[in-house]
Design a protein around this ligand. Structure first.
Ligand SMILES: *Cc1c(COP(=O)(O)O)cnc(C)c1O
Length: 350
């Protein structure tokens, strides 16, 4: 078998949810964001574990993503859709019992006409300028919306991963101004906001990346492990070159391992000649171009070449890997792709 293996640690996932849950007070519920196939780790697997850990409210980006979550969880948990109620979504929202977070007056009109008794929440824009009703729009239609008893009023922080930014405090103030006194459950914080403290928690937090082991939750336990089989090794003499376009020249006689995994598996081409795979705690530098299915690594200094090398492990977290190609842990996780053999370890909550 030459496919890489993606192993999800169910106990680490449950641990991360509980650790984030403990940061907020007893009046704050902790939800779970499971969009983009559970940040690439498998929506059904992660949703089941998070539900067993105690999550009751789940969030997806688009209505289509609700189907897998509903199938995994049954009828009880609430599933919210950040993208709201788009044209063509009515049947899905109704049949899967989804709760759209209405983002505009147009979406409100659509929802109230198509599903007059259907549950909904409202997304408010507090100057991230991405999704949600702006202050003036909310002033115009807030009363009507509130009379229909939304389940949730939410907004999203643009710079919560940066505790030094004053943008979060300004957004908090705007959110309060727009929602104080409504008596409706509120949610402002994803992972980053959850870490900013109780002022940001309201009735519900909705972490995503921290559950899956990513920054800004520094104390997260790694959830994903990725190992890649070594297909063959060869000796390359000093001065010989390796890979497409001969971008690496051996500075000494070297042992090169060709490993199964490439940019089709989320190992970005920007990692060509940068970063490393690991044999236990020993780094093996990536040399030459990352290609679609293969990478070449320098294993000259290993006492013995193992059958497989780690891309993600305790030695190399998603964020450390991300640093090599100038991106975030979010993008590393959601880029992993469909080719891995997927496994789980641990039982999750029993
Ligand atoms: C993705 C997303 C989240 C989760 O964010 P993390 O930073 O992964 O915790 C929460 N709310 C909204 C609106 C999102 O788009």
């Amino acid at each position: 078998m030459a496919t890489g293996t993606l192993t999800i640690d169910l106990d680490a996932l449950a641990h991360n949810w509980r650790a984030l849950d403990r940061m907020s007070g007893p009046d704050t519920e902790t939800g779970a964001v499971v969009k983009a196939d559970g940040y690439g780790l498998g929506a059904e697997t992660v949703a089941r574990v998070l539900a067993k850990a105690g999550a009751r409210r789940f969030f997806v980006a688009v209505a289509e993503e609700g189907a897998a979550i509903r199938a995994a969880l049954g009828r009880a948990p609430e599933i919210y859709v950040f993208g709201g109620h788009m044209p063509g979504d009515t049947e899905m929202i109704h049949d899967l019992d989804l709760i759209p977070l209405l983002n505009s007056i147009e979406q409100m009109t659509r929802h109230f006409e198509a599903l007059p008794d259907g549950p909904f929440g409202v997304q408010l824009d507090t100057n991230m300028n991405r999704l949600g009703l702006e202050l003036a729009e909310w002033a115009a239609v807030g009363e009507i919306a509130l009379s229909k008893q939304p389940r949730l009023l939410m907004s999203h922080l643009a710079s919560a991963d940066d505790p030094d930014s004053d943008q979060s405090a300004r957004q908090l103030e705007t959110f309060r101004h727009m929602t104080d006194g409504t008596g409706v459950a509120r949610s402002l914080s994803a992972t980053g906001g959850t870490l900013l403290g109780r002022d940001y928690h309201f009735e519900l937090t909705r972490p995503g990346v921290g559950l899956y082991g990513g920054l800004p939750f520094e104390d997260a336990r790694p959830v994903a492990r990725v190992t890649l089989p070594v297909i063959q090794t060869r000796t390359v003499e000093a001065g010989e070159q390796v890979g497409y376009n001969a971008t690496w020249t051996a500075p000494r006689d070297s042992l090169i391992a060709t490993v199964s995994g490439g940019y089709a598996d989320g190992i970005h081409r920007a990692m060509s000649n940068r970063g490393a795979l690991y044999a236990g705690d020993r780094a093996c530098p990536i040399v030459g171009r990352v290609s679609m299915d293969l990478i070449t690594v320098d294993v000259t200094d290993l006492p013995e070449v193992p059958d497989a090398l780690d891309l993600l492990s305790l030695q190399q977290t998603v964020d450390q890997l991300a640093a090599h190609w100038g991106t975030t842990g979010y993008e590393v996780l959601t880029s992993l792709g469909a080719r891995y053999q997927r496994r789980t370890v641990g039982t999750g909550p029993v």
